[in-house]
Every structure is written in structure tokens, then in C-alpha cells.
Design a protein around this ligand. Structure first.
Ligand code: SF4
Ligand code: SF4
Length: 295
């Protein structure tokens, strides 16, 4: 690495999650994860990702020390990337991320400790952004979003939400690159749910390839039918994300393109208020959503 390259330290910690966000990150095509780890993400700036339990080679107490040394050496200067919700029931006992001297370290404790000294917290995925599936009713683990856990602990830190179940690789890498390039986003850069407008600024429904069918009133009865998928549960009219124009898997396809209704996976109300998957959105739910998001 050139001595002129600025290092931005970052740690990625994982709470209650399926690790799907990490898998999605590994699918990044341009830049790749190798580029992320080795090269400057943007000219002159390199993200020094010092901890990621799923992809790092190390294990055990030595790697837990890395979290501590990163925090101590860079107070207020590292990005905290969080995948998964914060488990709080029974003092967070049901989600531990390592051990020190034979004692469990709960995700809740480590997250709050690291958040306190971070530059900002970037929530990777719907679970850390909004609670997601771990926080779905009846939520036996007491799972909470990062914002809720921070507020309850009285910790004030900038939070950026990058939801999705999982998020598109571009949303994760693009958000981190934006912070490295321009600094922390201003209020105008984020929407009401703290999502970057660059990726979550429009409804799926606005640019959907099946929109002409919706406007013409031609609705599919099965996933294999031609037509708009609204009648079989599409949540595109209440979901803010750019899947319909960005596409997934390096531009190959996306949920609606492959015949599945949009599940609303980027929304704060996912999954409790977006399910059942194949049930048509009723006017009442849609109206409540539009009032909430558009004022
Ligand atoms: S398939 Fe979904 S997003 Fe596309 S037009 Fe129909 S309701 Fe809207
Ligand atoms: S189309 Fe809908 S369910 Fe599919 S990834 Fe995008 S927001 Fe999530």
C-alpha cells in the first residue's frame, strides 16, 4: 500500500443474523471483496477492514483483541459495520460473539462498547437496520434494531441504514465508498428511515418492468403468468429500493423479473407487516404506509 493512501479502519460485527448479508457482499462483482480488502476502494483511500468473523482466517481470543486495539487506537475514527439485530433478552445471553479469559462476550455488550467510540454505525441489512426477521413477533430473543439499542443505551452516533434481506452488494459497498469519498451523509442524503436516497430513493413499483401490466389491469394469478404480480402479493408499491433498475447477480435478474412478488425486504415493517408473502396488499395497509412515508 502506498504511503500516500489513507487508511480508514473498520470492523464488521455480526449479531442475530443468517449471515446472508456477508454472502451477498461476497457476490460483489465490481469492486470485488478482494478489491475491498486489498485495494483502495476510492483513489487514495483504503478501507482497512480489521475484523469480519465470517471471512477472516483468524479465530479465538487473538482476533477478539483486534476489536479492542482498533477501538483504542482510533477513538472516533473507525466505521462500525453491523450485520444482524441486537439481542437483548436476559442481558443478551442468546447471542455471544467470542470469549475473553473463558467468559462469554455478548453481542449486545460488544456492540455498545464499539459504537460508543466509532465514527458512525453502518447497519448492514434489515436486521440491524430495523430488527428484521429476528425481531418478528413474538420476538423471543428481545431483538432490537441498532438505532433502538443505541437510543436505549443513551449513545448518540450517526447511523446509516443499508437494509435488504440481504442488501445488494452495491448498496453496501456504495454506501461505504460514499462515506469515504464525501464524509458522513447529510440529512438530505438519507430518507426518513436513514437509508441513502441514492439506492432507496424510489419505489420498486415506479420503475418495474411489469408496470405496464399494472397500468393496463393485467394481473398474474400464478408466479409463472405474464402480468403484474400485485394480486399475488407484490409489495413493490410500498418498498423503496432500486432493484428494478439495478438488478441482481451482476445485472442478470431480480425478484419480480424471476416471477416472485417483491417481499418488501427493505422496509422497516418487514416482515411483520409485509407478510403473508402471497397475499395482496389491501388498500388500508397501502394507505397507512403512504401516509407514514410521504407525510
Ligand atoms: S409486479 Fe409489483 S412492482 Fe411490478 S408493477 Fe406489479 S405491483 Fe408494481
Ligand atoms: S425486489 Fe423487493 S424483495 Fe426483492 S430484493 Fe428488492 S426489495 Fe427485496
Amino acid at each position: 500500500m502506498s504511503t500516500k493512501t489513507a487508511e480508514i479502519p473498520a470492523v464488521w460485527i455480526t449479531g442475530a443474523s443468517c449471515t446472508g448479508c456477508s454472502v451477498s457482499l461476497l457476490n460483489a462483482v465490481s469492486p470485488t471483496v478482494k478489491n475491498l480488502l486489498i485495494d483502495p476502494v476510492i483513489p487514495g483511500k483504503h478501507l482497512n477492514l480489521r475484523f469480519h468473523a465470517t471471512i477472516m482466517a483468524g479465530a479465538g481470543e487473538p482476533v477478539m483483541q483486534v476489536l479492542q486495539t482498533t477501538q483504542k487506537a482510533n477513538p472516533g475514527g473507525y466505521l462500525l459495520l453491523v450485520e444482524g439485530s441486537v439481542v437483548t433478552k436476559d442481558d443478551g445471553l442468546y447471542c455471544t460473539i467470542g470469549e475473553t479469559a473463558g467468559k462469554h462476550i455478548t453481542f449486545q455488550d460488544k456492540f455498545l462498547e464499539l459504537a460508543k467510540d466509532s465514527l458512525a454505525v453502518v447497519c448492514i441489512g434489515t436486521c440491524s437496520s430495523f430488527g428484521g426477521i429476528p425481531a418478528a413477533k413474538p420476538n423471543p430473543s428481545g431483538s432490537k434494531s441498532v438505532s433502538q439499542a443505541l437510543a436505549e443505551a443513551g449513545i448518540k452516533k450517526p447511523v446509516i441504514n443499508v437494509p435488504g434481506c440481504p442488501p445488494h452488494p452495491d448498496w453496501m459497498l456504495g454506501t461505504v465508498a460514499m462515506v469515504m469519498l464525501k464524509g458522513l451523509p447529510g440529512a438530505d442524503d438519507l430518507d426518513y428511515a436513514l437509508r441513502p436516497k441514492a439506492f432507496y430513493g424510489k419505489l420498486i413499483h415506479e420503475n418495474c418492468s411489469r408496470r405496464p401490466y399494472f397500468d393496463a389491469g393485467k394481473f398474474a394469478k400464478r408466479t409463472s403468468d405474464e402480468g403484474c404480480l400485485f394480486s399475488i402479493g407484490c409489495k413493490g408499491p410500498m418498498t423503496y429500493a432500486d432493484c428494478s433498475t439495478r438488478l441482481w447477480n451482476n445485472g442478470v435478474s431480480w425478484c419480480v423479473g424471476a416471477g416472485s412478488p417483491c417481499l418488501g425486504c427493505c422496509e422497516p415493517t418487514f416482515p411483520d407487516d409485509t407478510q403473508p408473502v402471497f397475499e395482496k396488499l389491501n388498500q388500508d395497509r397501502l394507505s397507512r404506509f403512504l401516509i407514514k412515508t410521504r407525510g
